[in-house]
Design a protein around this ligand. Structure first.
Ligand code: ZN
Length: 150
C-alpha cells in the first residue's frame, strides 16, 4: 500500500509541476471560472466543443498541488469524450474522493484519476480536488456565475 501511495504522490507532484493542457484556449466555446475560498485555489476551464464531443479542453489558474494536479488529470481524462461521458466520469470521481455513492467498476473507468482517492481522508481537500470538475460542469451548462465550492 505504501508503494502505491508513493506512486500516487509522485503523479500528483508531477502534474502539479508540469500541468498538462495548461494555458488559455483561444477558440474556446465555453469558459468558466472557479474559486475555492477555503484554500485559495482559482481555476479557469476552457472547452472547445465539436457537437456533443469535447474536442479540446485547457485550464489556467493558481492553487495548491491537489487542485492543479486534479485539473491537469481531468483535462487528459475528458478530452475526446462526449459531454455525457464527462459528466458520468465526474460522478465516478466525486464518489472516489468523497466516498459517497461509489459506482461499481468506477476505479477502472477513472484510470489515473484514482491517484486522488487519498483526499477522502482530508475533507477540506475534497474541494481542492473537485474544483476543476465543478467548474467544467458549470462551463458545459453555460452558467455565467463563477463557481465557488464554499
Ligand atoms: Zn487547494
Amino acid at each position: 500500500m505504501s508503494d502505491l501511495r508513493d506512486l500516487y504522490q509522485e503523479l500528483i507532484v508531477d502534474h502539479n509541476r508540469r500541468p498538462r493542457n495548461f494555458g488559455p484556449l483561444e477558440d474556446a466555446d465555453r469558459r468558466a471560472e472557479g474559486h475555492n475560498p477555503l484554500c485559495g485555489d482559482r481555476v479557469t476551464v476552457y472547452v472547445k466543443l465539436d457537437g456533443e464531443r469535447i474536442a479540446d479542453v485547457r485550464f489556467e489558474g493558481a492553487g495548491c498541488a491537489i487542485s492543479t494536479a486534479s485539473a491537469s488529470l481531468m483535462t487528459l481524462a475528458i478530452k475526446g469524450k462526449t459531454v455525457a461521458e464527462a459528466e458520468a466520469l465526474f460522478a465516478d470521481f466525486h464518489g472516489l474522493v468523497t466516498g459517497h455513492d461509489e459506482q461499481p467498476d468506477a476505479l477502472e473507468r477513472l484510470g489515473k484519476l484514482a491517484v486522488l482517492a487519498g483526499v477522502r481522508e482530508f475533507p477540506s481537500r475534497v474541494k481542492c480536488a473537485t474544483l476543476a470538475w465543478h467548474t467544467l460542469n458549470n462551463g458545459l451548462h453555460g452558467e455565467q456565475a463563477p463557481v465557488t465550492t464554499e
